[in-house]
Design a protein around this ligand. Structure first.
Ligand code: BGC
Length: 735
């Protein structure tokens, strides 16, 4: 056996030197039986041994591996376990094809970084690339060679719990974050032992679920799909993402996992991508309840014909694909193309050259929770907190305070800061808010703690202790929000307020007359209108990961100046949803003097906090934007320059944002579209000049005939500190 393996490794090295990856994949494909081909398209979860899922084959996974009938596992973790299975595949199956091991490494493997919506709030792609790089280094040391991330779904509906997993509502910011993560996970060399295959998901428009209810129907125009939902996927493809995941939802009557338009026409046709597509968990099987397949056999046929290459957990391909080919219902070409794409990924990862390189117990021991990775969780989290309010410079708090009250269900929580999808993240590694603050100021400032209430129930019996703690302190800091399970898959909410009696608690605390700072942890925009009107300062911390307590303490006491900006609009009330900054003007834009315009009778149109919003402990002043030209041809570029000055007393980072508006088009265009931004650091009194280039690519859109073009006409350009507070100028594009 060993001799054969050596031969295989030597011959694959020989191939590597002499053949392209496609040729190498084809040379393996040529050796495969139909059953072995199908095996490459089958993925099961590692809980196999417990027999948890329904409808799986009766044989053990070891037996099936020996027969070459499984191509990939998910949820198998550790070098030891992945090595064991890889050995069976590589040493005991006829063709010795290595396995892919996938896992949801969404914001960390063991060492948990901030949740993705928090990371997006940094508006710092190179930092996010670093986060993904660290995640890949850690996960790859434990046998994982494929992450089901980045999740690049655009989401404009905070009721949808999975908004936490993505980068918010904007296609441009979302695309940059997608690229950063793909680069971070896959690195420069996918065949290195510490890089892993990325997976852009969920293809596509999963975030457009009606009513924000998870898994619900999506129905949108092709224009809407292309303008808002597809750009981050396209960007991920251009960055070389190795795989995509089909989404659960239907789009206009066709479930994504059977959608030829998405997979075949757009992904393979227009984008010329050889990335392989994995279904979502049982999403091929769900073609049955969707009502487009009568049984698993038909579901398999629809899936493979749509070019969904790998079947996660349905067993539809396992049981029926070979039969469908033999009966002539599925052309073998569909299977061959799918297998080729999967093999290409395995070749790119270098698995044919060294199938065991990811499973290295020594490296795993050294890498997991290494100082470099843990330090990075803190470095990244520092830029993800968003300062939403800071009346009379309540923050940063003075280190010469004598006493503070820490109140709320999040103060001592060591679990919630991890957020959802935390892989192997362990609450014992989390620095709670209490621990972080005690370490920073505990020797000098008396901390009065009271939990006050929990997240969900209506029990107010803890209020009295909380009021007492507040009365005994100079400042009250309330740590409230959602428990981490409230923002995740299958965690949609119809209400967006602070759950339970948390707001009531803060109302009571306010009666003490003490300054009140609120620190939020949650995974979605919340309707915190009362807080905005009544407390002194608010920080949106999202779920910051294992370094939560350190980072929150740093920000509260001014050792870190917050620089996060919202990647998503916060509504005032849930009835405004969906509310997003890049909306259309309508034929009757709101005019307070005219009743027959687009507005709510009982609520203003504006959001509580606009997209791009976030304060700093310092202040910034913007000059008027200066354009290099007032008129350009369709294929020309122009530059926009602005001077930004730090007019406050502290050093700080500012995200300078550039938006455009195409005033008249063959189709309607959004009132503003983010087209560029720069995050700059300024010392007090310092000024920096920022220059953006507006290229034709930034002006293009799908015209009336769905051609992607620049149309001549007048444009506005806006530069500012968020999507509302901007200075504007204009230019014209001529033929
Ligand atoms: C989720 C995916 C995830 C998959 C595997 C599904 O329920 O929708 O995002 O990658 O499970 O864990």
């Amino acid at each position: 056996m060993k001799i054969f393996l050596l031969f295989l490794l030597m011959s694959s090295t020989f191939f590597a030197q002499n053949k392209t990856i496609v040729q190498r994949a084809d040379s393996v494909l040529a050796l495969m039986t139909l059953e072995e081909k199908v095996g490459q398209l089958v993925q099961y979860s590692g809980d196999w041994a417990t027999g948890a899922a329904q409808g799986r084959p009766a044989e053990t996974s070891d037996e099936l591996l020996k027969q070459g009938k499984i191509g990939s596992f998910l949820n198998v973790v550790s070098s030891e376990k992945t090595m064991k299975l890889q050995r069976i595949a590589v040493e005991q199956s006829r063709l010795k094809i290595p396995l892919l091991f996938g896992l949801d490494v969404i914001h960390g493997y063991f060492s948990t970084f901030p949740v993705p919506i928090g990371e997006a709030s940094s508006w710092n792609p190179s930092l996010i690339e670093k986060s993904a790089r660290m995640q890949a280094i850690e996960a790859s040391s434990a046998g994982i060679n494929w992450t089901f991330n980045p999740m690049v779904d655009i989401a404009r509906d905070p009721r949808w719990g999975r908004i936490v997993e993505g980068s918010g509502e904007d296609p441009y910011l979302g695309s940059l974050m997608a690229v950063a993560r793909v680069k971070g996970y896959q690195g420069d060399d996918l065949s290195a032992h510490n890089t892993i295959l990325a997976c852009a998901k969920h293809f596509a428009a999963y975030g457009g679920a009606e009513g924000g209810r998870d898994y619900n129907t999506v129905d949108l125009s092709e224009r809407n799909l292309r303008d808002y939902y597809l750009p981050p996927f396209k960007a991920a493809i251009e960055a070389g993402v190795g795989s995509l995941m089909a989404s659960f939802n239907e789009i206009g009557g066709v479930p994504a996992s059977a959608c030829k338009f998405l997979m075949t026409d757009i992904l393979r046709g227009e984008w010329k991508s050889d990335a392989f597509v994995v279904s979502d968990w049982n999403s091929i099987g769900e073609l049955i309840p969707h009502g487009v397949a009568k049984d698993r056999k038909q579901a398999a046929e629809l899936g493979i014909k749509a070019t969904v290459d790998m079947d996660m957990e349905t067993s539809a391909y396992f049981y029926h694909l070979a039969e469908l080919v033999k009966e002539g219902n599925v052309d073998i070409k569909f299977v061959d193309d799918a297998v080729r794409r999967v093999l290409i990924a395995k070749f790119k990862l270098g698995l044919f050259d060294d199938p065991y390189k990811y499973s290295n117990v020594e490296r795993e021991k050294k890498t997991i929770k290494s100082k470099e990775i843990v330090d990075a969780t803190r470095e990244v989290a520092q830029e993800t907190l968003v300062l939403l309010k800071n009346e009379k410079n309540t923050l940063p708090l003075s280190k010469s305070l004598k006493s503070i009250a820490l109140i709320g269900p999040l103060v001592k929580s060591k679990d919630d800061p991890l957020g959802g999808w935390s892989a192997l993240g362990d609450s014992s590694d989390v620095v709670s808010v209490y621990e972080g603050l005690t370490k920073k100021i505990g020797k000098n400032i008396k901390i009065n703690y009271a939990k006050g209430c929990s997240f969900l129930d209506n029990d107010k019996s803890g209020f009295a202790d909380a009021i007492k703690a507040a009365n005994e302190s100079q400042v009250v800091i309330a740590f409230v929000g959602e428990h981490r399970g409230m923002s995740a898959e299958a965690s949609s909410r119809a209400k967006l307020d602070l759950p339970g009696v948390q707001e009531d608690l803060i109302k009571e605390l306010k009666k003490t007359g003490k300054p009140i700072v609120v620190v939020l942890m949650n995974g979605r925009p919340l309707t915190i209108t009362w807080l905005q009107e009544n407390v002194d300062a608010i920080i949106e911390a999202w779920y910051p990961g294992i370094s939560a307590g350190f980072v929150i303490a740093d920000v509260l006491f001014g050792d870190v100046n917050p620089s996060g900006k919202l990647p998503v609009t916060f509504p005032r009330y849930v009835g405004q949803v969906p509310i997003y900054y890049n909306h259309k003007n309508t034929g009757r834009p709101y005019n307070p003097k005219d009743r027959f315009t687009s507005y709510y009778m009982d609520l203003e149109n504006t959001p509580l906090y606009p997209f791009g919003f976030g304060l700093s402990y310092t202040t910034f002043e913007y000059s008027n934007p200066v354009l290099s030209k007032s008129s350009i041809k369709k294929d020309e570029a122009l530059t926009v320059t602005v001077d930004v000055k730090n007019t406050g007393k502290l050093e700080g980072k500012e995200v300078v944002q550039l938006y455009i508006r195409d005033l008249v088009g063959s189709v309607t265009r959004p009132v503003k579209e983010l087209k560029d931004f720069a995050k700059i650091n300024l010392k007090p009194g310092e000024s920096k000049r920022v220059t953006f280039t507006i290229t034709p690519e930034k002006l293009k859109f799908y015209d009336l005939n769905m051609n992607y073009v620049v149309e001549p006409g007048d444009f506005k350009v806006f530069i500012g500190t968020n999507s509302v507070d901007v200075k504007e100028s204009s230019f014209t594009v001529v033929e």
